[in-house]
Design a binder for this molecule. Sequence first.
Ligand code: BGC
Length: 444
Amino acid sequence: MKRLYHPVVILIASICALGGLLFGYDTGVISGAILLIRREFSLDPSTVEIVVSAVLVGAIIGSCSAGRLADKYGRRPVILVCAFLFAIGSIWTALSESSETLVAGRVIVGLAIGAASFVVPLYLSEISPPQIRGGLVSLNQLAITVGILVSYLVDLAFAEIGSWRGMMIAALLPSSVLAIGMFFLSESPRWLLKKGREEDAKRALMRVLEASDVPNEIAAIRGSLQHQAGTLRDLFEARLRPALIIGLGLAFFQQATGINTVIYYAPTLFQMSGLSGDIVPIIASVGIGIVNVALTCVAVSLLDRVGRRPLILTGLIGMALSLALLGFAFHSDAKGGALGIIAVISMMFYIASFAISLGPGFWLLISEIYPLKIRGVAMSVATAFSWMINFLVASTFLTLIQRFGPAATFWLFAIMTAFAWLFCLIFVPETKGKTLEEIEAHWG
Ligand code: BGC
């Protein structure tokens, strides 16, 4: 039985989970900032859309390009570059004097978000002892949800003094802590061994395992390095096709079941359902943010105990039911404030169900299922795909509502969720408690 140096591992994980915090903060912050930006630069609706989605375009590019870099130069330098990009992006956007420079700044932030979104869980899964890997990797998802919540609160605070620049510059603090912290962390032992740097790999493993366990671990990692060629083409090889399908499928369903229609548009949805004024919908959104964080904490503690599959399958049922209920509420056009109440309750239930299932589940599984030799590139493919679907859903959601109405739109997401459930039931393996090398052996 391995003795785990939990405090050290958790400290390492917390530092790089700041990458997740910035991911959440920088995606959430725009929802409040855009109201002020629109006024200051007198933006028309289509420019507003460009400002909002610039970050997603950057994230697609960032996640596509950083996979190779993480495999070639290591996980740690890529996280460091992300920290610098987050910092530069935050200063740049805060100082922007036109919508064009603001868009450019948001693309820079997006590059960092895209790269960090897969390299942080990748690094976390490679430094984690198997018994606590689910919880540790999901610290990243917890950090994302905390980042989103903090962004709503910072938006509220700066909205009072009308300063969207303050909202942007606030990201400088966690970016700096991440950059400084990363200087003290070692590279992923698995990546080091892949590069033949055995002594460095040993040293890195000593920080997270008991010394007597290190030789076994080195042997296991080395074994997993032997039987593959290690190119992106391998991902399309028959043996790894299931892993490819699972990664892309989870990426698709995590986004196509509508999570970011709630995260990005919660205040708008609450207004549509009859909650009046500007403040009540924002407070309700903060409530959504709190439920998201709270239930992600529950997921972090359960993933390594009950396993990935039961949580994902149960959460998906909750998501489907709450989306269906939301659709019915809009369909029946409930009166007398009832619609608003049903909307708040079903969105809370939806976000809670997401937080115990696809929220952490997607990032965790894609950090576990791919063989070491192609892990960086394969994760970046799944992540880039997720950002593309995110972009597609976010940019068509309001149009869908206008054309087909909210009821049909939410039912569409409910149907997607039913498909997601079937997909996970059939394809997703249980990875609880297995070493990454055992999971790898599972593919034959
Ligand atoms: C998703 C994001 C989403 C967030 C909400 C993440 O796992 O990838 O798109 O905004 O969860 O908590």
